[in-house]
Write a new protein. Structure first.
Length: 234
């Protein structure tokens, strides 16, 4: 709760206290802690910091209302979480978990070259399944897996690949990739969706089939990058 709402402005003494929790008014998205005893410590708009003892449960609702979660204490430090979370909330959660617990281990065990293949194979597997018949739940979890890996592991891989390149590549080629080529990809994506829905009457499964083809091309390009990376690092 602190990381997602008030980490940038919570006083240090409160941040270090494990029994301090943030609360927020319902108009901005509810954050409420149920406890046997609760004392208000400080208010920093729009957050009220409270010190609690014996947490019974936590209620969290996002401002949009799309994420509604309830945590209940079962015994000691064991709890149960129920509710519905928006796709963005799930992506943020899994991105944080992957970055904290998996990225460094993947780099250690497999190296940057193999790590580069994780996302295209996740995309290939996910869209291959979607191309056979898509449900909203399947689309949701495919995008959560893809985006979470992209924002954590793949983002780290992209930075690591440039570590062994020349100064010119780091400050010129990378700048062009991060700006022009990334935006060009966004435009191409938008055009594909527009033409597919407006003129070709494509269904979700058809777009998934296009993504399967793109993922296969992506994997081939990854192997070419791996070969070039080996040459440079030799």
């Amino acid at each position: 709760m602190i990381i997602s709402t008030c980490q940038s402005f919570i006083p240090l003494d409160l941040l270090r206290d494990e029994m301090v929790f943030p609360e927020r008014q319902s108009t901005l998205g509810t954050m409420y802690v149920e406890a046997e005893d609760k004392v208000t410590l400080k208010r920093v708009e729009p957050i009220t910091f409270v010190r609690v003892s014996e947490v019974l449960g936590i209620i969290y609702t996002s401002k949009s209302g799309r994420t509604q979660l309830k945590g209940r204490n079962v015994r000691e430090d064991v709890g149960r979480l129920t509710g519905d979370a928006s796709t963005h909330s799930l992506v943020n959660l899994f991105t944080m978990l992957i970055q904290l617990f998996l990225v460094s281990r993947i780099f250690k065990w497999f190296g940057v070259r193999i790590a580069m293949l994780f996302l295209p194979f996740i995309a290939l597997g996910g869209y291959s399944i979607l191309s056979l018949g898509a449900t909203l739940a399947l689309v949701k979890w495919t995008k959560v897996a893809e985006n979470s890996t992209d924002y954590s592991l793949m983002n780290t891989v992209k930075q690591a690949l440039f570590l062994i390149t020349s100064r010119e590549a780091k400050y010129k080629a990378k700048a062009a990739i991060d700006t022009f080529f990334v935006r060009a990809g966004d435009v191409l994506h938008a055009l594909t969706v527009f033409i597919g829905t407006t003129y070709l009457a494509l269904h979700l499964e058809n777009f998934a089939q296009i993504n399967v083809a793109v993922a296969l091309i992506w994997i081939i390009l990854c192997f070419l990058i791996i070969r070039e990376h080996k040459k440079i690092s030799a």
